[in-house]
Design a protein around this ligand. Sequence first.
Ligand code: S3P
Length: 272
Amino acid sequence: MATSDTEQNKLEQLRQSIDACDRQLAALFEERMQLVLGVADYKLENGLAIFDSAREKQILQAAAEKYGSQFPREMQQFFRSMMRVSRALQARKLFPYNIVLIGFMGTGKSTVGQILADHLGRRFVDLDAQLEREQRTTIAEIFRSQGENVFRQLEQEMIAKYSGEGERVLSCGGGAVLRKDNVDLLRSSGCLVLLEADPDTIYKRVRRSQERPLLNGDMTPRAIGERLAERAEAYSKAADIRIWTEGKAPADVADEIVRQLCEKAALDDDFR
Ligand code: S3P
C-alpha cells in the first residue's frame, strides 16, 4: 500500500528531529570523552586508582533513578555502554599496547585475561584456545600425534600473528616464553604480566584436567614444583610485572594488573 505524502513528511520530520538529537548527543559525547581523558591524567599524576567501580555504580544508579524517568532500563544500558567506551578510551591512552599474560599452567591467565579485557573494553585472545580453533583439534592431540616440537612451532606462529596488532589482552600457554624469539615478539608489542602461584595451588587447579599433556603423565605437586623451578628464570626474565595470585579472586588479580600498569605508566614514559 502506498503511503500518503503527509505520512512521508511526518516520517521525514521525525528523522530530522532524531538527526538533530544525535548531533547534540555527539557533541556532548565528545565533551564527555575529553573530560574522561582529563580525569585519567589527573588520577595518574596523583597516584589515584584509575578505574573506580564505586563511581561507576553511582553513575549507573543516577542514570536509572534520576535521569531515566521514562526509560530507566534503556538509560542504564546507554550509560553502561558509554562507560565501557570511556574505560576503553582511558585504557588506550594509558596502555597503548598489548597486555600479555604469561605464567605456568593453572595460574589463571585465561580467566583473568577475559575479565581484564572486559574491564578495559578491548579484545581478548587466548592464544592456546585460538590455536585449537584454527587447527581444529586440541593441544593434547597435537602433543599426542605430532609431538611437542610441532606444537611449539604452531605456538610461535600464533604469537607472531596475534602480537602484531596491539592493544589487546593476550594470554599465552605456559611454555610460550621459553623461546627467546617469542619473548622478543611479545615484548615489542606489549607489556608482559607474569601470574604466579605455588605448586600446591597449581596442582589443586589443574589436577582434574585432561588437557595438560606436560603434566598428564605425572600430575603431582612435586612434578609441578620441578617444572616451575626449571622455568623460574625464563619467567622472571620475561616479566615486566609480576603478580602473586595466591588467595586472590580473578577479578582482584585483574584489578591489581591495572594498578601496576598505571604505576608503570606514571613512572615510565616509554610505556605511555
Ligand atoms: C604448556 C601449557 C599449556 C599449553 C601446553 C603447554 C606449557 O597452556 O600451552 O599444554 O608448556 O606449560 P596453559 O598454561 O594455558 O595451560
